[in-house]
Design a protein around this ligand. Structure first.
Ligand SMILES: Nc1nc2c(ncn2[C@@H]2O[C@H](COP(=O)(O)OP(=O)(O)O)[C@@H](O)[C@H]2O)c(=O)[nH]1
Ligand SMILES: [Mg+2]
Length: 276
């Protein structure tokens, strides 16, 4: 078995930072976690990628090409399609290492996950190559600290879940940037309690609220009744918080349960030599 996290979420939600944070954390506990960059427009990240889609195709190639002349969104879809057409390239780059653990740092355009088939096709491919996959959907916690935003973030997470049909973890990023009071407010939402949420919405005086309060309530109930969406907070300055997220995901993909887990090689002291 091979293990993978598909790291998704809106642009700027912290996907690349999440990947480098996980790599660093894993290396401290002697674990090998590798990252594949799937963002053809990536400008900066802090990890050494195992595979980089930009070596196959860069977003600029599709926008500057005389014939293609794509805009940024069409170009991005074209890049992922090109990757899928070059399966052999990807397969060769990924190698065939049993029990490896790979994070896929994905592009941020939500339509890739919600209504285009490309990411789903990529998932099928990875599963064929024996990967057990967990989708990790990142949302910037600053966009989740009021009722309306929280609901819309939740719906985005839900649509990715429904479309990819995989095990799924939602992570609230950039917790280190929240003020104390914002953090307290967020705590109310972490274990989503629609009553708290709705009370918050009820107090708002927006036009939307007046018109659609029953819809908001219905959505809140669906979220509550089916335990559909939960969020795990991530503070990258707190090792325990990082460890918690990794552990949650490891459990979901059953990493380490039926495997010879990959650890960095170090010299095991030979018991026969002891005391000599
Ligand atoms: N303080 C803080 N900044 C973060 C965190 N995660 C991401 N950022 C910053 O947010 C910006 C976008 O992050 P990036 O990882 O490139 O997002 P991506 O577009 O989803 O890959 C960068 O400037 C990061 O330094 C975090 O947990 N804490
Ligand atoms: Mg990125």
């Amino acid at each position: 078995m091979r293990y993978a996290q598909l790291v998704t979420g809106p642009a700027g939600s912290g996907k690349s930072t999440y990947c480098s944070t996980m790599v660093k954390h894993a290396s401290v506990v002697n674990r090998i976690v590798q990252v594949v960059n799937l963002d053809p427009a990536a400008e900066h990240f802090d990890y050494e990628p195992l595979v980089d889609i930009r070596e196959l195709i860069h977003l600029d190639d599709t926008m500057e090409d005389e014939e293609l002349q794509f805009g940024p969104n069409g170009g991005l879809v074209f890049c992922i399609e090109t990757l899928l057409e070059n399966k052999e390239w990807l397969e060769e780059q990924l190698g065939d290492v049993d029990d490896d653990y790979i994070l896929f740092d994905c592009p941020g355009q939500i339509e890739l996950y919600t209504h285009l088939p490309v990411m789903r096709q990529l998932v099928d491919l990875l599963q064929r190559w024996n990967f057990r996959i967990c989708v990790v959907f990142l949302i910037d916690s600053q966009f989740m600290i009021d009722g309306a935003k929280f609901l819309s973030g939740t719906m985005a997470a839900l649509s990715v879940m429904v479309n990819l049909e995989l095990s799924h973890v939602n992570v609230l990023t950039k917790m280190d940037l929240l003020s104390k009071s914002a953090r307290r407010q967020l705590d109310d939402y972490l274990d989503p309690d629609p009553h708290v949420l709705l009370a918050d919405m009820r107090n708002s005086k927006s036009k939307w609220h007046e018109k659609y309060i029953r819809l908001t309530e219905a959505i809140g109930e669906v979220i509550e009744n089916y335990s559909l969406v939960r969020f795990c907070p991530l503070n990258i300055k707190d090792e325990e918080s990082i460890e918690n997220i990794l552990l949650t995901i490891d459990n979901i993909i059953q990493y380490g349960e039926d495997a010879d887990v990959k650890v960095k090689e170090f010299d095991e002291p030979d018991p026969n030599e002891e005391g000599e």
